[in-house]
Design a protein around this ligand. Structure first.
Ligand SMILES: [Zn+2]
Length: 326
C-alpha cells in the first residue's frame, strides 16, 4: 500500500528547506532552518530532526501516512549505501552514515541522495521531463552537476557518484577548481567560476564596473552582480557570462555524446540570467557535438524551479516506494 505523503528535505549551503509533499507534487507545509551543509554533522542532524518534527506537528498528518523522508545533500554521496562521501571540506562528514543515523533518530525510513540527482528525479516526475524515458538534469548554479535518468530510473553509478561532469577536465593546466584539480568544466561554468573570472579581470586591471561592485572583503562575487554589470553595458561582465555559458555548453556536449538523451533539463540559479548565458551554452553544445546528434536532443529550462530540492527529494521517496525499495 502506498502512502499519501513524503517529507522532502534539501540540505543546502545556506539553509535547510523542508516540506510535506503529496503524491501530486504539491508542498502542503514548509519548514526552513538556518542550519546548512557547511556545519558539523551533529548540527545538521539536529536541524533535520527539528524540521521533521515541526512538519509532522504542524500538518497533523499521522506518521503512518508518511512514506519516508527524502534527503538531498550537496557534494559526493553514495545514496544506495546511505553515506555522505565528502562535504564542504569538513573531515567529520567523510564517509558519514547519514541515512542510518537519521533512521535511528527519526524512527521512519529515510532516502538519501545527492541534490542534483534528486533534481533529476523531481523534473522527471513533476516537471519538464514528464513522459521522457532517458534524460539528464543539469544544475547550473554555484556548481555544475548532472543527474541521469535511464529507462525512467535514476542512474547513480558504481559508488553513487555518476554524473560529476562538472569535474570533467576540459582545459589541461587550466584554472583551479574547488575539487583540487585544474581546468574542470565547473572552473568556468558555475557561480564559483564566474566569481573567479571576475576577480581575475579586476586583478588584470580590466576596465570594468565589477571593480566597484565586488564585495570589499574578497568574498565570492554573486552571479547577479555580474549580470547587473552586464546590463549596464559592461563588456567584461558580458564576456564572463558568455564564457560561463559557453563552458556549460561544453558540458552539455559531453552529456549528449555519452548518454544520447532525449532531453536535457537545465536548472539552478544561473538559469535566471537568461539569454546571456543560455545562447552561448546552446551554441557551444552544437559546436562540440557531432552534427548527426544536433537534432537528437531537446534542451529546456527547469519547470519545478526553486522548490526542486524539496519536491525532488519527495519524488525519490515516491519512486522508490513504487519500486518497493523503501
Ligand atoms: Zn573540479
Amino acid at each position: 500500500m502506498t502512502k499519501p505523503f513524503a517529507i522532502g528535505i534539501d540540505v543546502g549551503g545556506t539553509k535547510i528547506a523542508a516540506g510535506l509533499v503529496n503524491r501530486a507534487g504539491d508542498i502542503l507545509h514548509r519548514y526552513t532552518t538556518r542550519a546548512h551543509s557547511e556545519q558539523q554533522p551533529e548540527v545538521v542532524i539536529r536541524a533535520i530532526e527539528e524540521a521533521y518534527r515541526c512538519l509532522v506537528k504542524e500538518s497533523r498528518v499521522e506518521v503512518t501516512e508518511i512514506e519516508a523522508v527524502g534527503l538531498g545533500f550537496p557534494g559526493n554521496t553514495n545514496g544506495p549505501a546511505g553515506i555522505v562521501l565528502v562535504s564542504s571540506n569538513l573531515p567529520a562528514w567523510n564517509h558519514f552514515p547519514l541515512r542510518d543515523t537519521l533512521i535511528e533518530r527519526l524512527g521512519v525510513p529515510v532516502v538519501l541522495e545527492n541534490d542534483t540527482n534528486l533534481g533529476a528525479v523531481g523534473e522527471h516526475r513533476y516537471g519538464a521531463g514528464r513522459g521522457v524515458r532517458n534524460m539528464g538534469y543539469v544544475t547550473f548554479s554555484t556548481g555544475y552537476g548532472l543527474g541521469i535518468i535511464i529507462n525512467n530510473g535514476l542512474y547513480v553509478g558504481h559508488t553513487g557518484t555518476a554524473g560529476e561532469v562538472g569535474h570533467a577536465v576540459i582545459d589541461i593546466g587550466g584554472p583551479p577548481c574547488t575539487c583540487g584539480k585544474n581546468g574542470c568544466v565547473m572552473a568556468y561554468a558555475s557561480g564559483v567560476g564566474i566569481s573567479r573570472m571576475a576577480y581575475e579581470q579586476i586583478k588584470a586591471g580590466a576596465d570594468t564596473l565589477l571593480r566597484q561592485m565586488a564585495p570589499p572583503d574578497g568574498r565570492r562575487i554573486p552571479g547577479e552582480t555580474v549580470v547587473a554589470a552586464a546590463q549596464q553595458g559592461d563588456a567584461v561582465a558580458r564576456e564572463i557570462l558568455h564564457k560561463a555559458g559557453y563552458y556549460g555548453g561544453v558540458g552539455l556536449s559531453m552529456i549528449v555524446e555519452i548518454l544520447n538523451p532525449e532531453l536535457i533539463v537545465v536548472g539552478g540559479g544561473l538559469v535566471r540570467i537568461g539569454s546571456l548565458l543560455w545562447e552561448p551554452m546552446l551554441a557551444a553544445m552544437r559546436e562540440h557535438v557531432q552534427p548527426e546528434l544536433w537534432d537528437s536532443v531537446r534542451v529546456v529550462p527547469w519547470q519545478v524551479g526553486d522548490d526542486l530540492g524539496i519536491i525532488g527529494a519527495a519524488a525519490k521517496v515516491f519512486a522508490d516506494a513504487e519500486a518497493h525499495l523503501v
